[in-house]
Design a protein around this ligand. Structure first.
Ligand SMILES: [Zn+2]
Length: 340
């Protein structure tokens, strides 16, 4: 009974029957399944968007549950990657939506393939490095995308229609230096702001996908849930004239080398991404790696605790080493325990 499921949304005049049909044939890429992404994914799937590709590189941890609404304690006990845990919940919510979950890092080597067959890209990331890659890729392929960010009690949303409205580089210039932007690890975050910001993102997405988003109304929306300060900021098309992406078609972040190691700021951890994707037999590896300490594994990842370090290894060879912020130390833990 699809009509029954979407009846209240169809009765909402700006969407209607025609809008609902457009949603059903829409394809969306959602990057990041943290506090923003879980709320966005939940609402998109409930709304009946036809195809949703979810991508996240991380696994579910206890500190996520305060705000990341698709996850629970069972996911932590099962050591599930966020993309897999989210996919399982979302299928239960709406089995008519086609969901594709990818446990991967998003970087210049895969972003173009990830977005080539979608209508809209939704940013629910926690770092600017990857957002600048998305900004370049979306501009290059003329894919609309919606930027979001949230930290503390404050958040931002801005749709970007390449060639028509200002992009992230129009707004921010270049990538902020490491350590200059507050993060959820350093400044904390409250759940209400992430849910509000994600909800605004989904509203903009529904408008775009049903053909009712007027580009002239696009602004940077900023809201602070503690002070109730709400702003709609006109970034202005002047910035587009001097933007390397919008005016010169230069994609510096997309053409950069894929990152080999990324320090996960404030988490005392480093992520390692091998140049070539592997297909590791985790069961086999669990035997040899047991020499370093207790091992747990499932179909998706393996975790070995070797104090002061803890290694989490994903099937494609990507790893997160906890207990250090030094890339060199993390590399040596990886090569000792996994081999490289
Ligand atoms: Zn621009």
């Amino acid at each position: 009974m699809p009509d029954e499921r979407y009846s209240r949304q169809i009765r909402f005049v700006p969407i209607g029957e025609a809008g609902q049909q457009r949603l059903a044939s829409s394809r969306v890429l959602l990057v990041g399944l943290g506090a923003l992404g879980t709320v966005t994914a939940d609402q998109l799937v409930r709304a009946g968007v036809g195809f949703v590709r979810l991508i996240d590189r991380d696994f579910v941890e206890l500190s996520n549950l305060q705000r990341q609404s698709l996850f629970d304690e069972e996911d932590i006990r099962n050591n599930l990657p966020k993309a897999i845990a989210a996919e399982t919940k979302l299928r239960r919510i709406n089995s008519s939506v086609q969901i594709e979950a990818r446990v991967e890092d998003v970087n210049p080597s895969n972003i173009e393939e990830l977005l080539e067959d979608v209508d809209l890209v939704l940013d629910a990331l926690d770092n600017f490095e990857t957002r600048f890659v998305i900004n370049d890729a979306c501009a290059k392929h003329r894919k609309p995308w919606i930027y979001t960010a949230a930290v503390g009690s404050y958040g931002l949303v801005m749709p970007v229609i390449p060639g028509t409205t200002p992009c992230l580089r129009c707004l921010l210039g270049s990538l902020p230096a490491p350590g200059t932007s507050p993060t959820c690890e350093t400044a904390g975050v409250v759940a209400p702001i992430t849910h509000i910001i994600a909800s605004i993102q989904v509203a903009e997405a529904l408008k775009f996908l049903t053909g009712t988003l007027d580009p002239n109304t696009i602004r940077l929306t900023a809201y602070d849930v503690w002070s109730h300060r709400f702003q709609r900021i006109d970034v202005g098309s002047d910035s587009m004239a001097t933007c390397p992406v919008c005016s010169d078609g230069k994609f510096e972040y997309l053409e950069g080398n894929p990152l080999r190691t990324i320090t996960l700021c404030g988490r005392n951890a480093v992520q390692l991404i091998p140049e070539v994707k592997g297909d590791i037999d985790l069961k086999e590896l669990s035997k040899s790696i047991a020499a370093f300490g207790p091992v747990q594994f499932n179909d998706f990842l393996l975790r070995c605790s070797a104090p002061p370090y803890e290694l989490t290894l994903f099937k494609d060879g990507r790893a997160i080493v906890k207990g250090t912020e030094e890339a060199g130390t993390a590399r040596s833990v990886y090569s000792k325990m996994v081999g490289s």
